[in-house]
Write a new protein. Structure first.
Length: 226
């Protein structure tokens, strides 16, 4: 009976270890920490500092969410849209996601639409609001397909669209709040699971664009589309 109990315990331990290994393997496919391969969790804002990549849409999300058209549709479901009449002012920012592609310009920039996906971003351009830049991790060293977002709250055009006080944290918090629950747009329904992660970003203002301190939290979102 003694040896039977030991055998049963070892079998249970093996099963637990197997589940843990499988969990780690799945989590590893969600995204790769850019710093692993010489990248950064800060983009290059062109002013000597960087904006934090403070939201990640996991590579475990539905494949359609991770496409260019897919992230635009998801953005519209959570209160963002493309820029006012497709006009972008200012230079694009770049990021090195450690995937072997080196620094790459943002894929797209999306702005708060104030409930109007057609013209609402024109209002955001005037009075300020939330916005985010999208970078895709898809190089040979990290072909996860994950989308890294630089999210921030910005001031009005009269303030030259500078980032609001605590704007990086507020941008992330507001985006996640908008994505919570069941959302839909264009015949697609979305549900999101969010995990706040620490250790990917620093805490404080060192190296951050405009010298605005951040809390070091990255929201990792897994978005399912149906």
């Amino acid at each position: 009976m003694y040896w039977s109990a030991i055998a049963a315990a070892l079998l249970l331990l093996a099963r637990v270890e197997s589940r843990d290994s499988a969990t780690l393997l799945r989590r590893a496919g969600a995204f790769v920490d850019p710093r692993t391969n010489g990248g950064s969790m800060l983009d290059n804002a062109g002013s000597g500092g960087g904006e934090p990549l403070n939201v990640i849409i996991s590579g475990h999300s539905s494949a359609q969410v991770l496409t260019d058209a897919g992230i635009i549709n998801f953005a519209r479901a959570i209160g963002f849209s493309t820029e006012c009449f497709g006009i972008h002012l200012g230079d694009p920012q770049s990021a090195n996601l450690g995937d072997g592609n080196g620094p790459q310009n943002q894929t797209i920039e999306l702005r708060q639409d104030y409930g109007d996906p057609i013209a609402g971003t024109c209002l955001e351009s005037l009075i300020g609001g939330n916005h985010f830049r999208v970078f895709r991790q898809n190089g040979p060293l990290a072909p996860t397909g994950a989308l890294f977002l630089a999210v921030s709250q910005e001031e009005s055009v009269a303030e030259s669209h500078t980032i609001s006080p605590d704007g990086y944290n507020l941008g992330r918090i507001n985006l996640v709040a908008n994505a919570t629950g069941i959302k839909s747009f264009g015949g697609v329904t979305y549900s999101s699971v969010v995990e706040n992660t620490v250790g990917l970003l620093p805490v404080g203002a060192d190296g951050i664009n405009h010298g605005i301190a951040i809390d070091g939290i990255v929201a990792v979102m897994t978005v399912t589309a149906t």
